[in-house]
Design a protein around this ligand. Structure first.
Ligand code: CO8
Length: 261
């Protein structure tokens, strides 16, 4: 982890099977400069391949999860250079991770920060967190999924209101509209997120990967196709040893011993 400049990485949990990535650019409220996102993508990719890891937690500081893409870095780019240099295209690495990712959000999650949280699979928030897509206030539109992911997970009216006004919403509002799954006192957020990561990491990683893929299909296809995909994955689970072990353990009234196989 020490080779990174803008993030910290560690392994957490009693079994050291939860990866924790902390965005660490405090002077810029964790603004997501190109170098930070490159490091984040690299760390996520490494943990995704690390067999000792069952879940990843991404967090920031008490003040800011991330205050967006780095405005100072973007302000003088142009349409043609954005296309040529594929501005911020590597952000998608985070959503390509096969393992479950939890965003633990304290403080500001704005613009690209809100979008980064939404690229994760589960968002837990501290009670003082706030979310927003303020791009419109600086003359652009969201570019890392804000218009699409808010619309799909919270509906049109909320998506329109956030993207057209740039107004921030509180953690409580975000929970009410389904953007966030749970809210905790700020000081307890990280340990709760790691606890959730440990719970997920105690399942079969193989099956967790299938479950994540199934839920994600719900965002990408019709209900008929999604149901068909889910059924195929359900059937496929029976080709694993972990299915045999999981069901055997239930019948024998003991805890399962999953092998990731
Ligand atoms: N980029 C660069 N620097 C930032 C950013 C940012 N997004 N946010 C804060 N900073 C810097 C400030 O410039 C300041 O630096 P300095 O001390 O050198 O002046 C430092 O962080 C502290 O910030 P403030 O003094 O402003 O702190 P406040 O507590 O007064 O305010 C706010 C905090 C409300 C968060 C305020 O900083 C703010 O409004 N920030 C900008 C929020 C924003 O507009 N975010 C959206 C950016 S656009 C975007 O994210 C598009 C994503 C597209 C991704 C496309 C992928 C393909």
């Amino acid at each position: 982890g020490s080779s990174y400049q803008h993030i910290l990485t560690e392994k957490k949990g009693a079994k050291q099977n939860v990866a924790l990535i902390t965005l660490n650019r405090p002077k810029a409220l964790n603004a997501l400069c190109d170098a930070l996102v490159t490091e984040l993508g690299d760390a996520v990719e490494k943990f995704d391949r690390d067999e000792s890891i069952g879940a990843v937690v991404i967090t920031g500081s008490e003040k800011a999860f991330a205050a967006g893409a780095d405005i100072k870095e973007m302000q003088n780019t142009t349409f043609s250079s954005n296309i040529r240099l594929r501005l911020l295209e590597h952000w998608s690495k985070i959503s390509q991770c096969k393992k479950p990712i939890i965003a633990a959000v304290n403080g500001f999650a704005l613009g690209g920060g809100c979008e980064l949280a939404m690229m994760c699979d589960i968002i837990y928030a501290g009670d003082k967190a706030n979310f927003g897509q303020p791009e419109i206030l600086i003359g652009v539109v969201p570019g890392a999924g804000g218009t699409q992911r808010i619309a799909r997970s919270c509906g049109k009216s909320k998506a329109m209101e956030m993207c057209l006004t740039g107004n921030r919403i509180t953690a409580a509002e975000a929970e009410k509209m389904g953007l966030v799954s749970k809210v905790f006192p700020a000081g307890e957020l990280l340990s709760e997120a790691i606890k959730l990561g440990e719970k997920i990491a105690s399942q079969s990683p193989l099956i967790a990967q299938l479950a994540k893929e199934c839920v994600n299909v719900a965002f990408e296809t019709s209900l008929q196709e999604g149901l068909r995909f889910e059924k195929k994955m359900f059937y496929a689970a029976f080709a694993t040893e972990d299915q045999k072990e999981g069901m055997k353990a239930f019948v024998e009234k003991r805890a399962p011993n999953f092998k990731n196989n």
